[in-house]
Design a protein around this ligand. Structure first.
Ligand SMILES: N[C@@H](CCC[C@H](N)C(=O)O)C(=O)O
Length: 290
């Protein structure tokens, strides 16, 4: 019996230091187990990453087949523990940067299928990319509907859904959340049957905030695009702004530990996020065993 491990191409990239292993798999032939993804994302035993982006043609993936007429490529996103997530805002910019570098898309608007639906990414040369993230949902209303706890401290928080779940807590100082070595507790737990990402936010100035994030399935990361959009919306509502009602866009600067994202909520409800994406390495790796 052969013990040779399968060799596959890979790239490594990041967006505001939210970093990803990218595995091109156009025909959808790689069935990566959670253990394989976790090993590839391991920073000592693997390449290291907050998550993994598998690039599959939509027509070749059962979860995206019906979107194939709208978006040629499907971003199969996995967290670093191997779990599946609906959407990744930084990941989708890095994903399009990979497609562009591989000559698979040209400058302009690139539709990408995700588990949260199709997201459109505007790409121009090697400049920042702008993603149309869709509308936020606030299942608990505009105010605080959940509580986030870290150790002895707790804060009221807003439930914001960007295709994936978020709990946004305004804090006095980002250090208040402590070292975030384990997931914050969020109550009532039933609000998030599949777990949640948690953002801690402080004000930096008019329409300018900063965050730390603990990501479901990945731990504390240097950035989270969907999280930054959730924070933008929660902050706008706190500031009394609702573009859908006011008819005026609301634009915020959101600092993350790994950089800055520019986020605007438009009168039609769509949220656009602009930020960088970089590919830093590429090569061939031997897939770890199942
Ligand atoms: N880093 C991402 C979000 C990745 C998914 C998240 N951890 C989840 O499980 O929902 C982003 O940039 O949005």
């Amino acid at each position: 019996m052969s013990t040779a491990r399968q060799s596959v191409p890979f790239l490594k990239g990041h967006g505001t230091e939210n970093d990803f292993v990218i595995i091109p798999d156009p025909d959808g032939v790689l069935d990566l187990s959670a253990a394989q993804v976790a090993r590839l994302c391991d920073r000592r035993a693997g390449l290291g990453g907050d998550g993994l982006l598998r690039a599959v043609r939509s027509a070749a993936h059962p979860e995206a087949r019906e979107l194939a007429g709208e978006a040629e490529w499907f971003m199969d996103y996995r967290n670093s523990d191997g779990s599946v997530a609906e959407m990744c805002g930084n990941g989708v910019r890095v994903f399009v940067r990979y497609l562009q570098r591989a000559g698979l898309v040209k400058d302009g608007e690139v539709p990408v299928a995700t588990r949260a639906g199709v997201r459109r990414v505007r790409v121009a040369g090697d400049g920042p990319l702008t993603v149309s993230m869709g509308a936020a949902r606030l299942p608990g209303g505009d105010g605080d509907s959940v509580t986030v706890r870290v150790g002895e401290r707790s804060w009221p928080a807003r439930h914001v859904d960007m295709g994936n779940p978020h709990a946004v807590a305004f804090v006095t100082a980002l250090a208040d959340a402590g070292p975030l070595l384990s997931p914050p507790q969020v109550r009532p737990a039933e609000v998030y049957p599949h777990g949640t990402n948690v953002e801690f936010v402080v004000d930096r100035g008019p329409r300018h905030v900063a965050l730390r994030v603990h990501e479901r399935g990945s731990g504390e990361t240097r950035s989270c695009g969907t999280g930054a959009c959730a924070v933008m919306v929660a902050t706008a509502r706190r500031d009394g702004l609702n573009p859908v009602v006011d008819g005026e866009p609301a634009a915020y600067t959101v600092d993350v530990p790994g950089g800055t994202l520019h986020i605007t909520e438009h009168p039609d409800g769509d949220i656009t996020m602009t930020g960088p994406a970089e590919i830093v390495a590429e090569g061939t790796l031997a897939l770890p065993g199942h």
